[in-house]
Design a protein around this ligand. Structure first.
Ligand code: T4K
Length: 383
């Protein structure tokens, strides 16, 4: 075990505490803590403007956001989704009594592969739930074409995709709804939090009702809603975080470039992306480790850990391998070869604004040291 300072896969970016205190004083003075207060309204408007999207409904977190988005579009039956994601993606379907149908991913983006969607559509299919994994945009045009042809809804799990743009516009404008996460581990955090990006005022209004138990007014309940409201504390923090997020992404971009430069040329490693014509948020730094590398992905993960660098194997195990999903026909390994390969190869290296250049060099030096094991062995055989 290493005595060096541990480095985790991420660390939340926070404003100086003093800057938050005036916001807290306002909350304490007003005694408005939740239920759509002034900070909640201000953050919804500010996010709409910042992200370049028409309507934003703040939520308590992305998981409740996904559950609510599915409810709001009255999605039932079967929904096509990816096994290569955080488990909340599929859980949101089970919470709605919907059957997930897993479809394999594209080997280059690790997002749902549109070429495999049609074969999974049945008379019970009502929607597609893709994930912009690591913030890399899905093939939104191909997915929409299929959805239009089969009259399916599309809800994007955009938990990783805060601020991501492609072809000059926000990726959050695609599909019927997109769901963001503002969890502590995300590019933009409000401690816990999330939002649903809506195309029009009507869909936002339905979500606003659903996240408040279905109440329309004091005596009218129009749907079996849930409590999905963001508190004033989280919303106020979000306003402050919004002032910092561009700088935070800029530092992430530098770290991403440094990793790519320093890791280039090491046999058996591939950095995911970058994608053409895309403004990334650098939410994650996924590295694929293949058979040409000296160690397996898991051995590299343990090697880094032993030296205090805590990368993460996002997303291993696959969702389809968890007990509540593995009995589904679509969860069979033979149906998901690319996802299985990715789950066995990816390690996400630390990336967050406070990560120093020395931290990046230390992480890469550990990877290089692991790579040298094979180089040394091959050199010995050659002599
Ligand atoms: N859809 C997708 C595609 C998602 O990735 C997620 C969540 C969701 C939906 C659901 O969103 P939310 O309902 O959460 O809004 C983390 C997060 O808990 C989870 O939000 C995230 N995705 C997932 C990819 O990662 P863990 O179990 O890896 O988190 P944890 O607690 O091990 O944190 C990772 C590292 O971050 C720690 O080693 C240290 C650091 N950390 C974490 C927390 C929570 C801190 O420094 N401070 C903190 O407060 O799941």
């Amino acid at each position: 075990m290493s005595a060096a300072k541990p480095i985790y896969v991420t660390q939340p970016d926070l404003p100086p505490l003093q800057e938050f205190l005036p916001y807290l004083e306002q909350i304490w003075d007003s005694k408005v803590l939740t239920n759509g207060g002034p900070f909640h309204r201000r953050l919804e408007a500010a996010l709409g403007e910042h992200l370049g999207v028409p309507h934003v409904a703040l939520m308590t977190n992305a998981t409740i956001g996904l559950v609510t988005a599915l409810q709001s579009l009255r999605v039932t039956g079967e929904v096509i989704t990816t096994p290569y994601s955080f488990v909340a993606t599929a859980h949101s379907l089970l919470w709605n009594g919907i059957k997930p149908v897993f479809v394999d991913i594209d080997p280059l983006t690790l997002n749902l592969d549109p070429a495999r969607i049609e074969a999974a559509i049945t008379p019970h299919t009502t929607a597609i739930l893709p994930v912009h994994c690591y913030g890399n945009p899905c093939d939104t045009a191909a997915i929409q074409k299929i959805a239009d042809h089969y009259n399916l809804k599309v809800i994007y799990d955009a938990a990783h995709a805060f601020g991501v743009e492609q072809h000059g516009r926000s990726v959050l404008g695609h599909g019927d709804l997109s769901v963001l996460s503002f969890h502590a581990t995300k590019v933009f955090n409000t401690f816990e939090g999330g939002a649903i990006v809506c195309p029009d005022a009507r869909s936002k209004q339905r979500i606003d009702h659903l996240k408040n138990f279905g109440f329309v007014d004091e005596v009218t309940v129009v749907a079996p809603g849930i409590n999905g409201k963001m508190s004033e504390f989280n919303a106020a923090l979000g306003l402050l975080q919004l002032q910092r997020v561009e700088q935070a992404v800029a530092r992430r971009r530098e770290i991403d470039a440094m990793y790519r430069r320093l890791l280039a040329g090491i046999d058996g490693l591939r950095c995911l992306g970058p994608l053409a014509d895309t403004v990334s948020n650098h939410a994650y730094f996924p590295l694929l480790v293949d058979a040409a590398f000296a160690l397996t992905r898991d051995a590299l993960y343990e090697h880094l850990r032993c030296h205090g660098v805590h990368g993460r194997r996002y997303f291993y195990p696959l969702i389809s391998d968890f007990p509540m999903y593995r009995g589904l026909p679509s969860a069979a390994a033979a149906n998901l070869p690319v996802a299985h390969a990715a789950a066995a190869q990816v390690i996400c290296l630390p990336i967050y604004p406070a990560l120093t250049d020395d931290d990046v060099r230390r992480t890469v030096a550990l990877v290089e040291a692991a790579a040298c094991r094979r180089t040394t062995a091959s050199a010995l055989f050659a002599t």
